[in-house]
Every structure is written in structure tokens, then in C-alpha cells.
Design a protein around this ligand. Structure first.
Ligand code: ITT
Length: 200
């Protein structure tokens, strides 16, 4: 446990969707800084795990800005695809971060494995690793996940990334069709954040 509560934090992400969601999770009394207007190079995500990559990003941006930093590494695991895209979830969208393309790639790979997939439940989960790294602080890393299935078509335009094809367990609609506040009450990021909320 930290002796002092964190009063100011840099969110080490270039993903606007994540930034919006993390901002919503952090108590309003905490000053949130972002990488907006900072033209920094991105660190290479060389780890094979979500935790490893969240650690590497938090350390990189913390050292760059000399601030306490919270970084997120997340992604979608599809069991039929041996947990792909997993840590490569962002990379599947290419240089232009085109998630229509990434989703098409997912549908194609699932189709290649099973022609009847639209009649089956394709199990998947979102995972989110969060790391807090900062000068004079003990580094903390946590992980949260939410189980679900892959929708057989893209549905909804709320959220970001793979939200239009992920149906959380026990629900009938995709994250893309859900009101953000409903998604944020149950998702992987919220489950990870719950474990570090006490530091704020
Ligand atoms: P930073 O590294 O700068 O944070 P990034 O987008 O490259 O941004 P990741 O390497 O962690 O981040 O990639 C995770 C990808 O997984 C991200 O681009 C999303 O498309 C997807 N993803 C993660 N959480 C998601 C969520 O809640 N809803 C939809 N897609 C999500």
C-alpha cells in the first residue's frame, strides 16, 4: 500500500478510446495528464504478455515525462484462433489503426477454421493489464478480464476497437451497442482498475 495517495497521474496511451475509459475510472480529484500534444516515440512492445507490455509502456512514459504513469496493454483473445489476436490486437489493425480491417481478418480466420461458425458460440475474452510506474514508487501491475463470444456480424458504433464484435457473457448485445457507462461497469479495464483504485 502506498503511504500517500496518488494525486496526479500521466496516462501512457496513444489510444483515444482507452484514454476516455481510463479517465472515467479515475476519481475526479486526481489530476489526469495525457500524451496529447506530446510527440514522443512509442516504446516497442517487445513482451509476450499483457503485463509485460503494460510495464514497459508505464516505465517508458514515466521516465520520459518524469511523472507517475499508468499504462494499459489490452486485447482480445479468441479460443478458436489459439488466443489470437491477443497481445497483437492493435497490430492487426495495421499502420492506419483500421479496425474494420482487423475485424474482417478475424472473421476470415474464424471462417477458415470452421465454415459453420455462425451457428456456434465462438468463445473469446478481453484482457486488460494495467501498470503504475513512478519515481519513488513500488511498481504495481494487475490484470482484468471479461469472458464472452464473437458476434457473427459487426454491430453497433459505440466504443472503439473490437467492441462491435464482442458480446459479453450473459448479454445479448455487443460492447459496440452498449451505452459506455454500461460497458464500463463490467469490462476488463474496470476489473483491472478495481484492484488499484485504493492507490488514488
Ligand atoms: P497504446 O499502446 O498507446 O496504449 P494501443 O491501441 O496500441 O495503444 P494496445 O497495444 O494495448 O494499445 O492494443 C490493444 C488493442 O486491443 C486496442 O488497439 C484495441 O483495439 C483493443 N482493445 C483493448 N481494449 C478494448 C476495448 O475495451 N474495446 C475494444 N477494443 C479494445
Amino acid at each position: 500500500m502506498y503511504k500517500k495517495k496518488i494525486k496526479e497521474i500521466l496516462i501512457g496511451t496513444n489510444n483515444k478510446g482507452k484514454l476516455r475509459e481510463i479517465r472515467d475510472l479515475i476519481p475526479k480529484r486526481v489530476k489526469v495528464l495525457s500524451l496529447k500534444n506530446i510527440s514522443a516515440n512509442h516504446p516497442k512492445e517487445t513482451s509476450k504478455t499483457f503485463i509485460g507490455n503494460s510495464y514497459l509502456k508505464a516505465k517508458y512514459y514515466s521516465k520520459l515525462m518524469n511523472k507517475i504513469c499508468l499504462a494499459d496493454d489490452s486485447g482480445l483473445e479468441i479460443d478458436l484462433l489459439n488466443k489470437a489476436p491477443g497481445i497483437y490486437s492493435a497490430r492487426w489493425s495495421g499502420k492506419n489503426k483500421n479496425f474494420n480491417l482487423a475485424i474482417k481478418k478475424i472473421f476470415k480466420k474464424i471462417q477458415d477454421k470452421d465454415l459453420n461458425w455462425k451457428k456456434r458460440k465462438i468463445k473469446a475474452r478481453f484482457k486488460c493489464a494495467l501498470t503504475i510506474y513512478g519515481p519513488g514508487l513500488k511498481t504495481i501491475s494487475v490484470i482484468g478480464k471479461i469472458e464472452g463470444t464473437i458476434s457473427n456480424k459487426k454491430l453497433g458504433n459505440k466504443g472503439f476497437g473490437y467492441d462491435p464484435i464482442f458480446i459479453p457473457k450473459g448479454k445479448k448485445i455487443t460492447f459496440g451497442q452498449m451505452e459506455p457507462k454500461v460497458k464500463h461497469r463490467i469490462d476488463h479495464r474496470q476489473k483491472a482498475f478495481k484492484q488499484i483504485r485504493k492507490f488514488f
